[in-house]
Structure formats: structure tokens, C-alpha cells
Design a protein around this ligand. Structure first.
Ligand SMILES: Cc1cc2nc3c(=O)[nH]c(=O)nc-3n(C[C@H](O)[C@H](O)[C@H](O)COP(=O)(O)O)c2cc1C
Length: 273
């Protein structure tokens, strides 16, 4: 979600920078917690692939005035533009915006935050020497290019326990030879977590399925990024199917007539799996 107005780069994506947004996110986090879930806010700043339409005609901000042309435009089919190179003041403001958004996330009831360092978004643009040609302390060496990221982490750490702060990089970096993600990353201690996308969307109970070597539902990419539940919340959950298939115990009193397990059956179910 966007950390500030300057961060916007797509239509129909929510933000986390107004009191109204915080209040509405609270309803979401409450619902997730009521269901026993955990929810992190992923903090976004688009940087150069955004478009002046979002900023009353002003070009988007970026580490350097490098048009990200090879990247997909994020505003309809319009071509990307040459962005404005951020001043030191802009970098300080943006670091502060990330920190405020993280604090807002905690106020909204999120369990933690994750920085979007992939997608060739702003932080990634700072790391990448093709999009960051700065000659100040944010450009040049990898230490300088990473400075923006570490300043953000430090600023967020004032508000959020850093054990609840994630940084998501992605295999896009592989083309520069700088980063490759996958199960090897976990094995080599290069990453704490690896994100699954399509498989998770189509299999809400993915960890269970992996654990049981169970077959996976096939993704339907045509329905990705849809505006309703189709292919996001309507896949058959194996847990339910398995529960339905369990033999009734005793007189079957812990089963509802619908075949759905009651709380008692749920407890038995937990211990059985
Ligand atoms: C429909 C869809 C939406 C996604 N949205 C996000 C997102 O909001 N943030 C993010 O970091 N990654 C997002 N991803 C990427 C996934 O988190 C994951 O990194 C990537 O899909 C991994 O590849 P896989 O789908 O083959 O597992 C999305 C992926 C898909 C398919």
C-alpha cells in the first residue's frame, strides 16, 4: 500500500497515510485477527514508473532522472516519463514517510510491515546502478546505494520492533547477478522467508498441502488482479474436504447436520493433523 501521495503509481491501490485509511484498515486487521490470522502491511513507493497524472502534472520522484522505459508503465498504457531526481530533502522526507506509514500500520492493527524492495520500485531503483546514477552519498558504491534502504529501516525501527519488519527483494535482481531467490536462498541463509505468489492465491492452505505432498489447485492467471473473490477466496480448501471426510465418532454428536465440524470436532481435527 502507498506510504504517501508521492508514492502512488497505480489506480485502485489503497494507502496508509490518512486517518480515514487507518480506520478502514483497522476493520480489515480486526477481521483477520478474529479468524486467527496474522497480517503485515507491505509498504510501497513506486518511484520512476509512476506517471505525472497522479501528481498534477509533476513527474514522479526517483533517485535519478532516468526514464525506466523498459519497465511496464503502471498507469494505463501511457509510456513512462523522465522522473525528477530526488533532492536530499526529498530523500529525508521519503524516509520519514516510510516511518510514518509503518507507525500508521501499527495503529491500524497490523502485526508488522514489509518493505517492497522488489518490482523495480523506489528502493530497488536506489539499489540498482542503472536507475541510480547519483554522485552524492546515495549513489556509487553499493554501500551508498543501500543507504536509502537502511535509513528507512532505521527510521521505522523507532516505531516498530524490527523483528516485525521484513524486506522483500525479488529474483528480478538475478539479471544483474546480484540476488537470486528460492529454496537455495533459505538453505544458504540468504533469506529468512521466500514468497510464493500464484500457488498461494490458488491454494489458501498451501503450507498444509506442501506438508502432506498434496496436489495443488492450478492457477488461473486470467483472473489474477480481479476485482472480486473469483480465484482469490473461492478455491476449495482441502482442510474442509478432509474434515468432511473424517468418520463420525461415537454418536456423531460433535457434527452439525451440515457436515461442518463443531468446535469440538475442530479440536479433534487439530490434534489429528
Ligand atoms: C496476482 C499477483 C499479485 C501479486 N502481488 C504482489 C504484491 O502486492 N506484492 C509483492 O511483493 N508481490 C506480489 N506478487 C508476487 C508474489 O508475492 C511472489 O513474489 C511471486 O509471485 C513469486 O512467484 P510465483 O508466483 O511463481 O510463486 C504478486 C503475484 C501475483 C501472481
Amino acid at each position: 500500500m502507498w506510504i504517501s501521495r508521492d508514492a502512488i503509481g497505480w489506480h485502485d491501490i489503497p494507502g496508509l497515510f490518512t486517518d480515514e485509511q487507518i480506520a478502514h484498515w483497522k476493520q480489515v486487521t480486526d477481521a483477520v485477527h478474529r479468524s486467527g490470522g496474522v497480517i503485515f502491511a507491505q509498504l510501497w513507493h513506486t518511484g520512476s514508473p509512476s506517471y505525472p497524472d497522479f501528481f498534477d502534472g509533476r513527474p514522479p520522484l526517483a533517485p535519478s532522472a532516468v526514464n525506466p522505459r523498459p519497465l511496464a508503465p503502471t498507469s494505463g498504457r501511457k509510456a513512462t516519463v523522465e522522473p525528477l531526481a530526488m533532492s536530499e530533502h526529498d530523500t529525508r522526507q521519503t524516509v520519514a514517510d516510510f516511518a510514518t506509514a509503518a507507525r500508521n500500520a501499527m495503529r491500524a492493527g497490523f502485526d508488522g510491515v514489509q518493505l517492497q524492495v522488489g518490482f523495480n520500485y523506489l528502493i530497488s531503483q536506489f539499489l540498482n546502478p542503472r536507475t541510480n546514477v547519483r554522485t552524492d552519498r546515495y549513489g556509487g558504491s553499493i554501500e551508498n546505494r543501500a543507504r536509502f534502504l537502511f535509513e528507512i529501516i532505521e527510521a521505522i525501527g523507532v516505531h516498530v520492533d524490527l523483528r516485525r519488519v521484513g524486506v522483500k527483494a525479488r529474483p528480478a535482481w538475478a539479471e544483474t547477478g546480484a540476488f537470486v531467490a528460492g529454496s537455495e536462498s533459505l538453505a544458504d541463509d540468504l533469506a529468512d522467508l521466500v514468497a510464493y505468489g500464484q500457488a498461494f492465491i490458488t491454494n489458501p492452505d498451501l503450507p498444509d498441502r506442501f506438508a502432506d505432498h498434496a496436489p495443488l489447485n492450478e492457477p488461473k492467471p486470467d483472473l489474477f488482479y480481479g476485482r472480486d473473490a473469483a480465484d482469490y477466496a473461492d478455491f476449495p480448501q482441502r482442510e474442509r474436504e478432509r474434515t468432511r471426510g473424517l468418520p463420525r465418532g461415537g454418536d456423531g454428536s460433535h457434527w452439525e447436520e451440515t457436515g461442518e465440524p463443531t468446535a469440538e470436532a475442530g479440536r479433534r481435527h487439530d490434534s489429528a493433523w
